[in-house]
Write a protein that binds this ligand. Structure first.
Ligand code: KG4
Ligand code: ZN
Length: 373
């Protein structure tokens, strides 16, 4: 990695000694949904260890995440996951400069497990602690690693400000990311998130949980014009989303299918559903680019993040939209799109660099809009 690709973190008044000698090392912990994850990342953008324990197999038979099961599974996994991360990085807790953990939003039982583990480590070692907003983890991780299209090859740093499509299982928002802790909401869903729509449609088709990856895969062999899914709100201005109409249409189409669902039917259904989701995202993003606040900020890069950012059709459509508007397009690598500890460690480092550390007890929050940061 060349020097210009490395983000120079100004350690400010927090602990300038540490950074002048070597990069700052952060242990990041994520436990807000169904992944127990810990990562060790340094301020030179090296991911020294990244352990993700996915609970998906435990929730699959219920067709979605069961909060009580998730909380219990986090309790059972958290110590081992943290210890594995330290061992993999060949570090002890003494080598860590900052502890960061998700403090919300998310399933509160799980958030509590990770946050209490982090608080315990920070208190017993006297190390600084950062309370990371999970959405901020998704929003900032493209600055740790992103592949940028129509420009440079390989990894490059995404500079502020950027226009972000944050699409996950729990959220669907267009944000103007001006800096660390500076997120302007340009549009958001009025009902379901994009990930939820994928998961629910997959469930209707009997494709299991999580729905995104399998619908994405099925869509590749289907006809996107086979079913006329609606494009809610696309005939109106603004940047908000609505996916509930697409979901209702899915239910209506399926209720009319009086034969057994063939592979061809399912593939066509997935392709048509996905085409509607992609059209909505592109329509809303195109409006966002015309938004006065966005035009004034003139972001150079269009970025996608969150679990749904793994979607190949969404990535390519956004890349085309960016090129059309003379913007760069950037997306994190696949393993940094869905929930992971590296994004929390990185957001921890970025917050630490600007002095946003915890000075008094913090209560984890099930709801915590980014705009409240
Ligand atoms: O960010 P994430 O791991 O969890 C939340 O913070 O919510 O996102 C999980 C969501 C799930 O809804 C999953 O179905 C969706 O991301 N997802 C995808 C794909 N891979 C995962 N959606 C569309 N296409 C994909 N390839
Ligand atoms: Zn997430």
């Amino acid at each position: 990695m060349t020097d210009e690709k490395i983000i120079q973190l100004d350690m400010g008044t927090v602990d300038s000694n540490v950074h002048s000698v070597r990069p700052t090392v952060c242990l990041g912990i994520e436990s807000s949904c169904d992944e127990t994850s810990a990562a060790i990342v340094d301020s030179d953008r090296n991911v020294l260890a990244h352990i993700i324990y996915s609970q998906i197999p435990e929730h699959q038979k219920y067709g979605g995440v069961v909060p009580e099961l998730a909380a219990r599974a986090h309790i059972l996994a958290i110590d081992a996951v943290i210890n594995q991360a330290l061992a993999k990085a060949n570090k002890t807790i003494d080598d860590i400069d900052v502890i960061a953990a998700t403090a919300g939003p998310g399933l509160i039982g799980g958030v509590l497990v990770g946050w209490m583990a982090a608080t315990g480590i920070a208190q017993s070692t006297g190390k600084p602690l950062v309370a990371v907003n999970h959405l901020e983890g998704h929003a900032l991780v493209p600055r740790l690693r992103a592949t940028m299209a129509n420009g440079a090859d390989g990894d490059v740093v995404v500079d502020f400000p950027y226009l972000l499509m944050l699409a996950s299982g729990g959220h669907c928002q267009i944000l103007l990311v001006r800096g660390v802790g500076q997120y302007e909401l340009i549009g958001q869903t009025l009902d379901d998130s994009a990930g939820e729509a994928y998961d629910k449609v997959a469930k209707m088709l009997g494709l299991g949980y999580p729905g995104g990856p399998v619908v994405d895969m099925r869509a590749k062999s289907g006809n996107p014009k086979a079913f006329a899914f609606p494009r809610p709100l696309c005939d109106k201005g603004g940047c908000d989303f609505s996916f509930s109409g697409i979901k209702t249409a899915a239910r209506t189409f399926l209720s009319k299918a009086n034969t057994e669902l063939t592979d061809e039917y399912i593939n066509d259904f997935c392709a048509s559903f996905q085409a509607a989701v992609v059209d909505c995202i592109i329509n809303r993003l195109a409006n966002a680019m015309k938004d006065e606040r966005v035009r004034m900020a003139a972001p150079k890069t269009l970025v996608v993040a969150g679990g749904v950012a793994k979607n190949s059709a969404i990535r390519s459509a956004m890349e085309r939209l960016a090129a059309k508007n003379k913007m760069l397009f950037a997306a994190p690598p696949m393993n940094l799109c869905t929930d992971n500890g590296a994004m929390i460690a990185w957001a921890g480092l970025e917050n630490y660099a600007v002095g946003r550390v915890v000075h008094e007890p913090v209560a984890p929050r099930p709801r915590w809009p980014l705009t409240e940061l």
